[in-house]
Design a protein around this ligand. Structure first.
Ligand SMILES: Nc1ncnc2c1ncn2[C@@H]1O[C@H](COP(=O)(O)OP(=O)(O)O)[C@@H](O)[C@H]1O
Ligand SMILES: Cc1ncc(COP(=O)(O)OP(=O)(O)O)c(N)n1
Length: 290
């Protein structure tokens, strides 16, 4: 955090936005809890975590998954909520139905209004990050508590129970997912191989469809894009943005992070969580200190 911001917070007693991620650990640092906390930090939101599972992972893939006991997940959420307070919360890898149920119980009890559900199911390399039999709990225990749900296309197909082949299929999937309870559904377009020039995320609020588009980057360094996007949306909600603003800013964050990727690792490398703020800093001349 810059000195200027630090001083302003001290002088004006400004509320420090706080966000909690309930997700798995990625030892490679590009996805999961690590991506979420890096994103919160870059967006000047205080980040907290409840770990659901430890994965053994690098840019070449996932070689181990060790879920935590559901009560350990719930206790982490409870501990930070009681002491530090939570303005917005996101869920990522939840792995099994007992963890989903434990997380949903605490989230429901605190009646948090800014809940982002990233329905993580399968890693890019094909590893199972959510057991197939847990999809029911995700749909019926967690989605009713969500303000925003952020499936990619295969996840949207699993939640909606239809195949997505055309733009109209994507809209129908969004309608079906919306009927499960979330106020906003965004079906992300990274997996839409038909469009080689653009990526379009389709947002549905139960009434209006909005397309958020950006240039498609042809790169293998897209590990953790979904985690990073949903974390940026959560950070903006914690700062008081409305969901559409938060998703627009979230797309700008992930677009910069993919465009300026770091080229790390021998497989699907991580995105660049510094890129968005560095671009902003280049556009704005430094402010003189008072
Ligand atoms: N090649 C790409 N170029 C630009 N943006 C991308 C690209 N791939 C994904 N995105 C963006 O990253 C986010 C995650 O998309 P997606 O890949 O569909 O999800 P996931 O990582 O969950 O599979 C979305 O906001 C999407 O628009
Ligand atoms: C611990 C952990 N959580 C989530 C993911 C999946 O992240 P995602 O953003 O969907 O990125 P890819 O796996 O598709 O690159 C993960 N890999 N690990």
């Amino acid at each position: 955090m810059s000195d200027t911001i630090h001083n302003r917070l001290q002088d004006e007693q400004v509320h420090i936005p706080r966000a909690l991620t309930i997700a798995g650990s990625d030892s490679g640092g590009g996805a999961g809890i690590q991506a979420d906390l890096k994103t919160f930090q870059e967006l000047e939101v205080f980040g907290m975590s409840a770990i659901t599972a430890v994965t053994v992972q690098n840019t070449l893939g996932v070689t181990g998954v060790y879920p935590l006991p559901p009560e350990a997940c719930a206790a982490q959420i409870e501990a930070v909520s009681q002491d530090l307070g939570v303005d917005a919360v996101k869920t990522g890898m939840l792995f099994n139905a007992p963890i989903i149920e434990a997380a949903a119980e605490v989230i429901g009890r605190y009646k948090w209004s800014s809940v982002v559900v990233d329905p993580v199911m399968i890693a890019k390399g094909g590893a199972e990050l959510l057991q197939a039999e847990a999809v029911y709990a995700l749909k019926h225990k967690l989605l009713p508590l969500a303000r925003v749900v952020t499936p990619n296309i295969p996840e949207a197909e699993a939640l909606a129970g239809i195949e997505i082949r055309t733009p109209e299929d994507r809209k129908e999937a969004a309608r079906r997912i919306h009927s499960l309870g979330p106020a906003f559904v965004v079906i992300k377009g990274g997996h839409d191989e038909e469009d080689s020039r653009q990526v379009t995320d389709l947002v549905y609020d139960g009434d209006v469809f909005t397309e958020l588009s950006g240039r498609r980057i042809h790169t293998v360094h897209t590990h953790g894009t979904g985690c990073t996007f949903s974390a940026a949306v959560t950070a903006w909600l914690a700062k008081g943005a409305d969901p559409l603003q938060a998703m627009t800013e979230g797309r700008a964050f992930i677009q910069a992070a993919i465009e300026d990727s770091l080229g790390l690792g021998g497989g699907h490398g991580p995105t660049n969580h510094w890129a968005y703020q560095r671009r902003l800093a280049r556009r704005q001349p430094a402010q003189p200190r008072s």
